[in-house]
Structure formats: C-alpha cells, structure tokens
Design a protein. Structure first.
Length: 306
C-alpha cells in the first residue's frame, strides 16, 4: 500500500459532506411531508377495503401500495400497527412494511438523482424490483406462520382513535397543523441519522486510503456483505441513502444495491421499532432471513455488471 491508510483533509471532507447533504435533504423533506399528510388524512379503512381476498394477490398489491401511499421506514411501523388493529392481514402488513419505504416514487427519484452517471435507470429499477420481490417472498413466508408466533401478545387488540378516521379529527386546518408537526418531528429525527451517515461516508471516501478496502471491494460476496452491515449500522433513511451508496465508487454495483435494499428493511433503529410489535424471536429470524435473501439475490445479479 502506497502512503498512509488515513489522511484527513478538512477541505475535501467539507466538500464531500456538503455535496451529499444538499442533494439528500430535499428528498428527506418531501418524504416526511408526505408521511405527515398520510398519517393525518388517510383513513386506515381505505387500504383494507380494496385488497383482494386471495392471500397472494393481497400481498402483491400490499407490496406495491407504497407507489400510492409512500412511507419512510421511520414511520411505517406505527402505521402498520394501526392498520392491523383495523383488520389488515398480517402478511399484507409485512409486505407493506418492507416494501413501502423503497417501492415509492420519492425513493425512485432520489435513487435516480444520486446515481446520475452511474447507470441511474438500472439502479433505480433494480432497487425497487429487488425490494418488491423480497417483500412479497417474506410476506408469503410469514403468511404460513401462526400469528401468535409473530405478534406480541395482545397487539391486535390495541386500538388507535386516529385509525378509524385517518387523523385526530377536527377541522382540516387542525389536521394539517398536526400533519406538519408529525413531518417536522420525523424530519428532525431522520436528519440526525442522515448527517451522521453523510459524515461517515465522506470520511470514508476522502480520508481512507482506498487500497485498504480494495480486498473487500474486489470480492463480490465480501463487498455485498460488508455494505449490508454498513447499512445496518448507519440506519439511514431510504429517501437519502442512495446519495451515500453512490459515494462507494470502488465497490461493485450489486454491493451498493444490497446496501440500498437491506438498510431500509433492517437496521439498528428498526430492530427497536420492530420489537414494539413483533416477538423478539421473529425479529431475529426476520433479520437473518432478510440478510441472506438480499445477499443471495444481489450476488446473483452480478452478471449484469452494473
């Protein structure tokens, strides 16, 4: 290896950090605004009423609902908890929970913007496609499990006074005000993770001698597993993680794809959120299953030479 493994330059770091920050913030803001509006104005019964009775078709439709009702991973767990209390089947809720943070128009736009000059259309299509397939497969697997082995005791008996009407009630102005408060709270919460992720990624791309990580980047399996673990640690929002993934120039495209699919489905903050609804054994199994399934699919896609 030529030269030291770590050389920090504040100028290079600042340029990289601000570039990622300024590109990603508008998409986070848009995502949190939509989440707040959905939280206050979307009646839960709308999503339940029009789902097919066939389990597989219902799961397939639920996995695509994010295209109409986008939701970030930070807010989707409380939403599916309310929806299940209103009668949404467990497998449908799992499909929506895993897919909606990725399979939605905001993430499609942010991914395309982040990968301009790096096969943007292919990355966007594959990210949404792989996420949808994974969500459907996992949801169908959960459909075969006894519901008592998945949900925490008494979770289905919980009710939310907001769920039946889609909001807290009152005038549209009051509900809009509540939606803005939800959006602001989500925005501030997500920005903490995004700023941390942008800082770590900027240091990684500007200060670390890339020859140090070259052995990982040259092996498809190691590169994929490494970036999936990195995604879990960073706990980024799905509307902004593509801007971080795009900075990992030396890593193969499938590893970056795995980073963008696995992170919004399973990271450190989601482990705690999932544990509020699901039994710990199920959360552990979900984590392992998602890791293995996403890694296998993405590595198989290495033939596309992204």
């Amino acid at each position: 290896m030529d030269g030291p493994w770590f050389t920090f330059s504040f100028g290079d770091f600042s340029y990289a950090f601000l570039s990622v920050l300024l590109e990603g913030v508008p998409f986070i803001l848009l995502g949190t605004l939509l989440s707040g509006l959905i939280d206050q104005f979307l009646p839960s019964r709308v999503m339940v009423r029009y789902l097919p009775r066939n389990a597989f078709l219902g799961v397939c439709m639920s996995g695509a609902m994010g295209l109409i009702f986008p939701m970030c991973e930070c807010g989707v767990v409380p939403v599916i908890r309310r929806l299940m209390a209103k009668g949404l089947p467990l497998s449908n809720a799992i499909a929506y929970m895993l897919a909606a943070p990725i399979v939605n128009p905001i993430v499609a736009l942010s991914t395309y913007a982040a990968f301009r000059g790096q096969n943007a259309a292919e990355f966007t299509f594959l990210r949404l496609g792989v996420a949808y397939v994974v969500a459907v497969l996992v949801a169908m697997a959960v459909h075969r499990l006894p519901i008592a082995s998945v949900l925490k005791k008494g979770i289905l008996s919980l009710t939310n006074s907001d769920a039946s009407g889609g909001g807290p009630g009152g005038t549209p102005v009051r509900r809009l005000s509540a939606a803005l408060r939800v959006a602001v709270a989500d925005f501030l919460d997500v920005m903490v993770y995004f700023i941390l992720g942008a800082a770590v990624a900027s240091i990684f791309s500007t200060a670390v001698n890339q020859e140090v990580i070259l052995p990982l980047a040259l092996n498809t399996w190691l590169a994929t597993i490494s970036l999936m673990g990195f995604a879990a640690l960073l706990s980024l929002c799905s509307t902004s993680d593509a801007f971080i993934a795009a900075t990992f120039i030396v890593f193969p495209g499938v590893a970056k794809l795995a980073f963008m699919v696995f992170g919004p489905m399973l990271d450190i903050k989601l482990l705690f959120l999932y544990s509020a609804v699901f039994k710990k054994r199920f959360v552990a199994g979900l984590a392992v299953g998602l890791f293995v399934l996403i890694a296998l699919i993405c590595v198989r896609l290495s033939v596309l030479d992204l």
